[in-house]
Design a protein around this ligand. Structure first.
Ligand code: SF4
Ligand code: ZN
Length: 483
């Protein structure tokens, strides 16, 4: 395929290719989970370097959707610099007798899934966080227009979801236009999220699960409840229910709650059973409302991360869009590396921004009364969810620059965690009493797996010791001093 693909006169070439299956690239589930590193990328859209980006699915009346239309408004790939980063806005309109508004969020999430079926195309995240890369290899094969991607998506969506009778896709690449439309998209996302806010987990008998991200994080199962939507922030309980109704064999399915084992932590027998089954035994218990004891797994497309800051016994939150380092000195991307992959990480949790508005938000850990730091933009975004009593006592990047300044800020403002510090102060006599049964310096024979959470400056990693015996007269762990 040569440059003439972008010539208006060659418009039909795309249609014919679609009909005949003559795409320049391959399409199929074998490409799921592909990563395109910077040196392999021909061009990228969105991501942290692009100021404006979004994807939006809209259910529209039949007469407002021109079936099969794929349009690029603004420059297309040939007009772009190799290895460049560009803004992008993608608006997909769908219509059909059974296509309801409820399905918009679900179809939007499927967009992530199907994009990754296209050879040489990587799609990460969702909504206004999307990040798309096209590889040099596939560009060389002929994928030289966004239209090819659009045509592949039309085929994938329509063949797997016959309820979609009409579908059209428009790619906006002019940054001014993308910025303008992004504002509209943000309003649509917000209206979707607001819908689920009135319902409580206690009000329903059934939760839903989502396994869409297993292509990237094989043991990850999102448990979606009225008070806790999926980590990506794109699938609410209503969305998951609508998705199951139209596609019962798809990635969303019902989860009977079963017996409530712990109301504060949010542990349900039915949830544990499903998670164990679908994670192939890797995860056997999930507590929905905490980041400590068997927390929910985190795949990688979460909108924000909540993490424990041991120095102040509080919780920090940082969202994907925050460019600077968080209070412990690390940016979101580094922290995300510790959290993602579908594992349970005590003290770390990938979450949707909407979860910050939930009445069950980390309720077992103290909820907002335990939060000590978050970026000012995020604080502004969720301010109505933070009780007035604590709001001014939670620091942002404008108040403090490091954990020591944070400690002083919390003390000065009388943040509720300060009371916890007092309660935690223990006398030497208590300390002696609190010694573990095993003698100091000796860890008893470990069978199975021992996980030691290690934290430093509020971020950490795990050392996993399997089938080991450790004996020592003395163990000293010291901070490395800088030269
Ligand atoms: Fe589904 Fe969770 Fe992935 Fe969102 S983050 S697509 S809810 S598995
Ligand atoms: Zn994910």
């Amino acid at each position: 395929m040569a440059e003439k693909c972008f010539d208006e006169q060659a418009k039909d070439e795309f249609r014919q290719a679609q009909d005949l299956g003559k795409f320049p690239m391959e399409i199929g589930p074998q490409f799921e989970g592909q990563r395109i590193r910077r040196p392999e990328m021909y061009v990228e859209f969105g991501g942290p370097q692009a100021e404006h980006k979004f994807e939006l699915f809209l259910a529209a009346p039949m007469d407002e959707v021109e079936d099969g239309k794929v349009e690029v408004v603004g420059p297309d790939i040939p007009e772009m610099k190799p290895e460049g980063t560009y803004s992008i806005g993608i608006i997909t309109k769908v219509a059909g007798a059974k296509v309801e508004k409820d399905l918009e969020g679900v179809l939007e999430r499927r967009h992530h899934y199907y994009m990754n079926y296209i050879e040489g195309v990587m799609h990460l995240n969702q909504r206004s966080d999307i990040w798309i890369r096209v590889s040099k290899a596939v560009h060389k094969k002929g994928l030289n227009s966004l239209k090819w991607i659009g045509l592949a998506l039309l085929r994938l969506f329509k063949s797997s979801l016959p309820i979609i009778e009409r579908m059209q896709i428009t790619y906006y690449t002019d940054p001014v236009k993308v910025a303008e439309l992004e504002q509209m998209a943000l309003k649509v996302y917000d209206a979707r999220d607001a819908r689920a806010r009135g319902l409580m987990d206690e009000d329903v008998e059934t939760f839903y699960a989502c396994v869409l991200c297993q292509s990237f994080a094989p043991a990850h199962v999102c448990i979606i409840t009225p008070n806790r939507l999926g980590g990506c922030g794109s699938i609410s309980w209503f969305d998951a229910r609508a998705s199951y109704n139209v596609d019962p064999k798809g990635p969303n399915f019902p989860v009977g709650k079963g017996a409530l084992l712990d109301a504060v932590l949010g542990i349900y027998e039915g949830v544990n059973k499903v998670v164990k089954e679908r994670s192939l035994g890797v995860v056997s218990q999930v507590a929905l409302y905490t980041l400590f004891k068997t927390p929910h797994t985190s795949c990688g497309c979460f909108e924000a991360i909540a993490w424990y800051i041991p120095e102040v016994d509080g919780i920090g939150i940082v969202h994907r869009d925050f460019k600077g380092p968080a209070v412990m000195g690390l940016p979101f991307s580094t922290l995300a590396g510790h959290v993602s992959g579908g594992t349970q990480n005590e003290g770390f949790l990938g979450i949707a921004v909407e979860f910050l508005r939930s009445p069950k938000f980390l309720q077992a850990d103290g909820g907002w009364e335990r939060v000590v730091w978050l970026p000012s933009a995020l604080k502004e975004r969720v301010k109505t969810a933070i009780s007035g009593k604590v709001a001014d006592r939670i620091a942002t990047e404008k108040d403090v620059k490091n954990v020591e300044e944070l400690r002083q800020f919390l003390e000065k403002t009388g943040h509720p965690v300060v009371q916890r510090w007092k309660a935690m102060e223990i006398t030497p006599a208590e300390e002696a009493e609190a010694k573990p049964e095993a003698e100091a310096g000796q860890i008893p024979m470990v069978t199975g797996e021992l996980q030691v959470p290690v934290t430093s400056g509020g971020v950490g990693f795990k050392i996993i010791l399997q089938n080991v015996r450790i004996t020592a007269d003395k163990a000293i762990i010291k901070r490395l001093e800088k030269e």
